[in-house]
Ligand binder design. Structure first.
Ligand SMILES: CCCCCCCCCCCCCC(=O)SCCNC(=O)CCNC(=O)[C@H](O)C(C)(C)COP(=O)(O)OP(=O)(O)OC[C@H]1O[C@@H](n2cnc3c(N)ncnc32)[C@H](O)[C@@H]1OP(=O)(O)O
Length: 141
């Protein structure tokens, strides 16, 4: 599942991360990722922008599985521990607050031993019909 060309989940994006997100429970999302050498910033450590993109995407999938079209309005990231190249990590996200226009989502990335690597809090803005049309997102499945 996913948009074919999405940088994080798209299976047809040659330059992408190819992460498969799946539903976990009623509103949660889970995925797994292996940090590769081409994802690094400092030698041997995954770039923080890649980490942020993964958290952002997990957050977006929460709203996708809720059946709304939303964009990230705010994303606050805490980097707790380096993600090493060659390390597998587990990704999780779930909603914490849902209002008419905003879905708040917490997401985290942990090592396979459960140790926290990074976490985020985000506000996703549910788009109005006019905004969907302006952004070219009016005919999404
Ligand atoms: C097939 C399977 C596919 C699955 C794929 C799934 C994922 C695929 C891909 C996922 C990709 C990953 C995801 C991505 O990367 S999404 C891409 C990154 N995000 C963006 O590009 C968003 C850019 N920003 C905007 O478009 C607008 O600024 C938005 C739409 C956010 C607001 O627009 P606008 O300014 O016109 O607002 P409004 O008139 O609608 O609403 C006004 C209300 O909202 C309040 N407000 C406004 N801004 C903020 C803010 N920043 N924080 C908090 N609140 C805010 C405002 O105070 C007011 O509140 P109130 O006074 O009414 O109380």
């Amino acid at each position: 599942m996913g948009y074919a060309t999405c940088f994080v989940c798209g299976q047809e994006n040659d330059k992408g991360l190819h992460i498969h997100f799946h539903k976990d429970g009623e509103n949660g999302v889970r995925a797994s990722f292996l940090a590769e050498p081409w994802h690094e910033g400092w030698p041997g450590i995954q770039h923080g922008g890649v980490t942020s993109a993964i958290l952002d995407e997990a957050t977006a999938y929460v709203t996708f599985f809720m059946g709304v079209v939303a964009v990230t309005a705010q994303l606050q990231v805490e980097f707790q521990d380096p993600i090493r190249v060659g390390e597998r990590v587990e990704i999780e996200a779930h909603p914490t607050k849902v209002t008419r226009r905003i879905v708040e989502v917490d997401a985290s990335i942990r090592g396979t031993d459960g140790a926290l690597k990074a976490r985020s809090h985000a506000k996703m803005m549910i788009l109005s019909q006019q905004q969907k049309e302006e952004m070219g997102l009016a005919n999404l499945p």
